[in-house]
Design a binder for this molecule. Structure first.
Ligand code: MG
Length: 381
């Protein structure tokens, strides 16, 4: 049996860390959304509408090339509005089954789709779900009660309905309603929706580690890469210094075009080095006035973004600062904390160390400070 599909890729995705929106991340060589488009087409979709943002129209059209009755439309301010725009773009009849799918779920097993379509014969809607296996607590964060998990399901997408009925249910929805899925809209209209067997493969890519797992599902091999970075800046007159994203009161400062945070510069170079992306000077030329006095956070975030957009992630980072003064130890925890935040990794993946050179060399003579960083990253092979 044929069906129409609406794939929603119009939301912001802040939880997945820095970088481009989830549907457009590369997963085993192609955008996340391309995986779900292909899976739905293989399961029998004979019309596919992608609802996306204005800046992704061309990417969406590219991802749909070669698939049946492709259409791309621009979504609304909420998920509900985006789904309605998608439904409006379909030209199928009222009785046509329509599957609404979140683009951030790249894998759609065909048996799940078959179960949904079969269940539509006797119900107003069908959605895939998995029984809740973990014990549930209501807490804030002191536990108020243990919630019985009998009859509780984690529901997924695609969710299946009949086109005319879903359009009508959305039209009847109060303007201020914010349903988190489409079944809720049919439920609000008094419809009967059934839960059919879901699949762990239907997981939604939400956090950075989800992408690593998805990469393994996708059969894409992953490799570990190492990068290193070195940076030095000269001491000059001042009253504070930035090191590893932390401001330290000091009787001197480091001189540089930006904020001269040698720790962040070395780490940025280490990440760029691990993925063969040149160095910090290439991405942020010192000759460019816009980087004058810039906080070096942005350099590091840029390198992390390039890594993330390639489906990669940081494994761990280790920074060594070489100087006689200031004393680094009192600031080490704050530095690790800040780096963990910028790299979007747990604290134990970040190390900051310091050493002196016992008066020898340029750091020993206190002409300047040296920073070294080494980083391990994981990327698609
Ligand atoms: Mg530098």
């Amino acid at each position: 049996m044929g069906f129409s599909a609406v794939i929603v890729a119009a939301g912001a995705s802040t939880r997945a860390g820095p970088g481009i929106a989830k549907p457009w991340r590369i997963l085993a060589g192609r955008p996340v959304i391309a995986w779900s488009i292909e899976a739905l087409a293989r399961a029998g979709a004979d019309a596919i509408v992608v609802v996306t943002t204005a800046d992704r129209l061309e990417d969406a059209a590219a991802a749909l090339v070669g698939f049946p009755a492709p259409k791309v439309v621009i979504g609304g301010a909420s998920r509900a509005q985006s789904v309605q725009v998608g439904l409006a773009a379909l030209e199928s009849g009222d009785e046509t089954p329509v599957l609404i799918h979140d683009a951030a779920r790249p894998f759609v097993p065909a048996p799940c789709v078959e179960a949904l379509l079969a269940a539509l014969d006797d119900h107003d809607g069908a959605i895939p779900g998995l029984p809740v296996a973990d014990t549930l607590k209501r807490a804030s964060p002191i536990i108020e009660e243990t919630v019985p998990r009998d009859g509780l399901w984690r529901v997924q997408t695609p969710q299946a309905f009949r086109l005319g009925q879903l359009r009508a249910a959305y039209a009847a929805l109060p303007e201020d309603a914010e349903p988190t899925d489409d079944a809720a809209v049919i439920e609000a209209a008094g419809g009967r929706v059934v839960v059919t067997p879901g699949d762990p493969m239907l997981m939604k890519l939400t956090y950075p580690e989800d992408f690593a797992m998805a990469e393994r599902f996708a059969g894409g091999a992953r490799i570990t890469r190492i990068g290193q970075g070195v940076d030095a800046h000269r001491w000059g007159p001042g009253d504070a210094v930035w090191l590893c994203g932390v401001r330290i009161d000091h009787d001197q400062t480091l001189i540089g075009h930006s904020d001269a945070d040698a720790g962040l510069h070395a780490l940025t170079d280490a990440i760029l080095g691990a993925i063969g992306e040149g160095d910090i000077g290439e991405h942020f030329p010192p000759s460019d006035p816009q980087w004058k006095g810039a906080a070096s956070d942005r350099f590091l975030l840029h390198a992390v973004e390039i890594l993330t957009n390639r489906g990669g992630r940081i494994i761990n980072a280790d920074v060594t600062l070489v100087c006689e003064r200031p004393k680094i130890r009192p600031h080490r925890d704050a530095m690790r904390q800040r780096l963990a935040e910028l790299l979007d990794v747990p604290l134990d993946r970040v190390s900051v160390k310091a050493t002196t050179t016992e008066g020898m060399g340029f750091t020993g003579r206190q002409e300047g400070l040296l920073a070294q960083a080494i980083v391990a990253v994981e990327t698609p092979a």
